[in-house]
Design a protein around this ligand. Structure first.
Ligand SMILES: *[C@@H]1O[C@H](CO)[C@@H](O)[C@H](O)[C@H]1NC(C)=O
Ligand SMILES: *[C@@H]1O[C@H](CO)[C@@H](O)[C@H](O)[C@H]1NC(C)=O
Ligand SMILES: *[C@@H]1O[C@H](CO)[C@@H](O)[C@H](O)[C@H]1NC(C)=O
Ligand SMILES: *[C@@H]1O[C@H](CO)[C@@H](O)[C@H](O)[C@H]1NC(C)=O
Length: 577
């Protein structure tokens, strides 16, 4: 995860995309444990790969694994049956029916078993209810599943199968919060060794996070990102038909309204851009006609930055679907819409737009730079490398693209275990310091790479250099803090850096999020929830918000379970350093 976060493009609208990808169950369960463990290269097999493995193993038997309980004492043939033995026999008959798919018959046997079972044999009774719930599950009678599991859990509160089954039934009924509680309890009881449970926790957390994010976004007051962010965003486009006019605005050639909008961008009065554009777009003055599509593009871009997704998609669509719009405008709209689709977790549509843009203008470096970034974050290293190669070829003076390429090369080298490629990537990095001495990204990405190869001391030096080049980027302090954690397991020092970041920039979402994760790990769950709330107030894209809600929901669930079962997670920093 560190790898990818360092790889984010300056001012990219996708700053936390990789975080969303990285939310594996243990991370999101708020343990923080895997979070730090994963950032330790030695224990990091490559996120994409391990994830796939998990999926493969997990889905094989996800539904069959947690089935009926079949173990029961052998039947004695000579002595008369005790009531418990009778109940066990009835249950076994039920199990036979269950195995051949006769669920209604199985249920009636389980009914008899429950009736026959002495009330003091709580454990056996719990099993019968659990088994009956399994049969109801097969019949998709979820409210009966829930009722029977609840009875089983009243009799045996630490019954993992019943917890998981009730969680699944609740998931079907979209009672995600309760489902999360049960599945988390199961994970804790099994020391996080039950892969099916972990996969389910991951799934429920993501669903819940998404649901909460959607609700939250519907009511959230949208705010523009910081001036600093927008400024950095603007320079990631070299062939932007509107941004390229900013350098030297020629007012004689454009309508006064468009001139005013451009001036606002130039003077960083970003909040005024959308209303001015709207006025211009709605105007029937013939002077506005020649630049209408550019104004629309500008408005769409600012809707995108603001997080007003529907309006942004609509404006981009108007441009893209119009056959008479000049190519440069269309290509730019396609690139930006592609990044927006990515934020909305729709990679297919995103890549489709990138593809169309590349077909329209194969010489536009912006297409490859932005697509390379998306590819890198999705762990498509090969494709990312190729994209950055083209981006550098087309924009040889763009430092960010140049180091992104170095970084992608390095990642590729690690993937195929080629020492040669890794060394070449490092050399190219060093060349970057000569070529682009003032580009902070060069130093952060290099430091990122050094962290991954566990050259912590040098990594720290390069983070320091990045800070020197761009003292206003608080995120780099957070990275440096995380390095302390990986390097020495030094929690205090890590927190010190992160607090510094938050002091500098009280809108540093990544700082709140990281600190929250550390606090969860330290057992300060309530404090962590407060920090996640602060991060949430700053989150913009649905992807970021979903991720943050997952962290928050996981932390909250941990508190609830502690109350309900007296169960808590015991982990310590020894495990991670
Ligand atoms: C701040 O630095 C991080 C790490 O290099 C980078 O990903 C991010 O884009 C930078 N932020 C801005 C607004 O430039
Ligand atoms: C989980 O770990 C605890 C403490 O290490 C141990 O006592 C317990 O038996 C373990 N439970 C399982 C299901 O592995
Ligand atoms: C601009 O035009 C759109 C569509 O015709 C309309 O919905 C909107 O209210 C108008 N806005 C202003 C500020 O006039
Ligand atoms: C399509 O684009 C052309 C050229 O920019 C413009 O004149 C025309 O009004 C646009 N059509 C629509 C339906 O927006």
């Amino acid at each position: 995860m560190t790898g990818a976060s360092g790889a984010s493009v300056a001012g990219s609208p996708l700053p936390k995309w990789q975080l969303a990808l990285a939310v594996a169950a243990p991370v999101a369960l708020g343990l923080g444990y895997m979070y730090f463990k994963n950032s330790k290269p030695s224990s990091k097999p490559s996120r994409g790969k391990s994830k796939n493995n998990l999926k493969k193993n997990g889905t094989v038997s996800a539904d069959k694994q947690i089935s009926i309980d079949i173990d029961s004492p052998p039947k004695s043939t000579t002595e008369p049956e005790t009531p418990l033995e009778k109940a066990q026999r009835l249950k076994n008959e039920g199990n036979e029916q269950f195995k051949i798919g006769k669920y209604d018959e199985a249920i009636s046997h389980y009914n008899s078993a429950i009736e026959a079972c002495p009330k003091e044999n709580t454990e056996a009774l719990a099993t019968f209810y659990q088994n009956r719930a399994a049969a109801y599950e097969q019949l998709k009678k979820y409210s009966s599943v829930k009722a029977d599991c609840t009875k089983a859990l009243e009799l045996n509160p630490r019954y993992v199968k019943a917890l998981l089954r009730r969680a699944r039934a609740m998931e079907h009924c979209n009672e995600l919060e309760s489902a999360l509680e049960d599945v988390t309890a199961a994970c804790i009881l099994e020391n996080f060794s039950n892969q099916n449970a972990m996969l389910m926790a991951d799934r429920v957390l993501k669903q819940l996070g998404r649901q909460h994010a959607t609700e939250y976004l519907a009511n959230k007051k949208l705010v523009m990102p910081s001036k600093y962010f927008i400024k950095t965003y603007i320079i990631t486009f070299h062939k932007d038909p509107v941004f390229s006019m900013l350098q030297d605005i020629d007012y004689s050639n454009i309508s006064p309204g468009f001139g005013k909008a451009l001036q606002c961008v130039k003077e960083q009065k970003y909040d005024d851009v959308i209303p001015i554009c709207t006025e211009e777009i709605n105007s029937s003055d013939p002077d506005t006609l020649p630049h209408k599509m550019k104004v629309l593009l500008l408005r769409a871009t600012f809707y995108l930055l603001l997080g007003q997704h529907d309006a942004s998609i609509q404006d981009f669509g108007t441009i893209i679907d119009n056959d008479s719009v000049p190519e440069a405008i269309k290509v730019n709209a396609l690139i930006k819409r592609a990044t927006l689709f990515m934020q909305l977790e729709n990679p297919d549509k995103s890549f489709c737009d990138f593809e169309t843009a590349a077909e329209l203008d194969p010489e536009c470096g912006d297409v490859y730079h932005h697509r390379g970034h998306v590819n890198l974050l999705m762990d498509k290293i090969d494709e990312a490398r190729e994209d950055f190669r083209k981006a550098v070829e087309l924009n040889p003076n763009f430092g960010v693209a140049y180091v992104q390429k170095c970084y992608a090369d390095y990642r590729y080298g690690t993937m195929i275990r080629s020492k040669e490629i890794i060394e070449k990537a490092m050399k190219n990095f060093e060349a970057a310091f000569e070529k682009f001495p003032d580009c902070p990204e060069c130093y952060t990405l290099y430091a990122q790479m050094l962290t991954e190869i566990q050259e912590y001391q040098r990594a720290d030096t390069y983070f320091a250099k990045a800070i020197e080049k761009d003292p206003n980027n608080a995120t780099v302090y957070v990275h440096r803090g995380l390095l302390q954690l990986q390097w020495h397991g030094n929690v205090e020092k890590a927190i010190e850096y992160i607090n510094k970041a938050l002091e500098m920039d009280d809108k540093c979402e990544y700082g709140y999020e990281t600190l929250g994760t550390i606090e969860v790990q330290r057992g300060n769950v309530e404090e962590a929830i407060k920090l996640f709330d602060k991060a949430l107030a700053l989150g913009r894209t649905s992807m970021e918000l979903s991720h943050l809600f997952s962290l928050r929901d996981a932390a909250k669930t941990r508190l609830t379970i502690k109350e309900r079962l007296g169960l808590d997670v015991i982990l310590n920093f020894q495990n991670i350093s």
